[in-house]
Design a protein around this ligand. Structure first.
Ligand SMILES: NC(=O)C1=CN([C@@H]2O[C@H](COP(=O)(O)OP(=O)(O)OC[C@H]3O[C@@H](n4cnc5c(N)ncnc54)[C@H](O)[C@@H]3O)[C@@H](O)[C@H]2O)C=CC1
Ligand SMILES: O=C(O)[C@@H]1CCC=N1
Length: 268
């Protein structure tokens, strides 16, 4: 693939663009679209990429990434009707919207791939999960996977899992930031300077994430190794259990999954 078009380069689209450029794509090969002239200028200046109207952007694209909000996807596809011939694979990162939403609105046999990345793409640590649509061949899927690989890790799952994926890894960074915020505030409450509390939380998050990745141990084993008998950690964990934190996490993630399902129904 030589040319990629990112339609609707907002927060996630911009993260993808920045990752592609770090991976060696030239500014000439990446075209983005934006709704305002200010945003277009900002993208051109920051990344040296081309910013064009949607109908121009798709013309020479070898892959088209739809990165608008789900509620804007229908209007965007209407704009492309009669212009986009369906020759290039279309990758949707829209939460909730099924492959069928795109297949219904794009030319017959357009290869569509549903993808769920996350914002750590900005530091090449994204989790991107891909699901091929009806007309996406193994070659299309492999090419799109190659596109996302430099941004972090990739996985392929059946589309039926995408709402759960969205709830876990798509939204997931926000849950960690929420915990990081709460831990930092707790440090400040106990008298730590905010900058020190933040550094403690940040390094502890990184260390814990690397242990999960590199130790081969389960989260339970890793937690038990920190919990000394009658020690400090078990006292904290008892409070988390008392406050039903595990149940809150499960309910929160189910709510994200349910919202993805609602989005599909709202915009079908
Ligand atoms: N923010 C996140 O962490 C993640 C977001 N997503 C998905 O990515 C998509 C975008 O989300 P964000 O980047 O957070 O939203 P955003 O609002 O920052 O970006 C969307 C951009 O699309 C632009 N846009 C809308 N209609 C347009 C059109 N017709 N032509 C050109 N530009 C248009 C908007 O002006 C905006 O800049 C959503 O569908 C979301 O579900 C997926 C994974 C993670
Ligand atoms: O909150 C959202 O709807 C998007 C999808 C996953 C992350 N952000």
């Amino acid at each position: 693939m030589r040319n990629v078009a990112v339609l609707g380069a907002g927060k996630m689209g911009q993260a993808i663009v920045s990752g592609l450029l770090r991976a060696g794509w030239s500014g000439e090969s990446v075209v983005a679209t934006a709704r305002s002239a200010e945003r277009a200028a900002e993208l051109r200046e920051s990344y040296g990429i081309r910013v064009e109207p949607n109908i121009e952007a798709v013309r020479h694209a070898d892959v088209v990434v739809v990165a608008v909000k789900p509620q804007d996807a229908g209007a965007l596809l209407e704009e492309l009707a009669g212009v986009f011939d369906g020759g290039a694979p279309v990758v949707s990162i829209c939460a909730g919207l099924p492959v069928a939403f795109f297949e219904k609105r794009l030319p017959d046999e357009t290869p569509v791939i549903r993808a769920m990345p996350n914002t750590p793409a900005l530091v090449d640590e994204a989790m991107t999960v891909l699901s091929p649509g009806t007309h996406a061949s193994a070659a299309h899927l492999a090419a799109v996977e190659e596109l996302f690989k430099p941004l972090g890790r990739t996985l392929v799952v059946d589309e039926k899992h995408q709402d759960a994926v969205t709830a876990i890894s798509g939204s997931g960074p926000a849950y960690f930031y929420y915990l990081a915020e709460a831990m930092t505030e707790a440090g400040v409450l106990m008298g730590l300077p905010r900058a020190i509390a933040k550094e403690l939380v940040t390094q502890t998050s990184l260390g814990a994430a690397r242990m999960l990745r590199e130790s081969g141990q389960s989260p339970v084993d890793l937690r038990e190794a920190v919990e000394s008998p009658a020690g400090t950690t078990i006292s904290a964990v008892r409070q988390l259990e008392n406050h039903r934190a595990r149940s809150a996490v499960t309910d929160a993630i189910e709510a994200a999954r349910d919202r993805a399902r609602e989005i599909a129904e709202e915009y079908a």
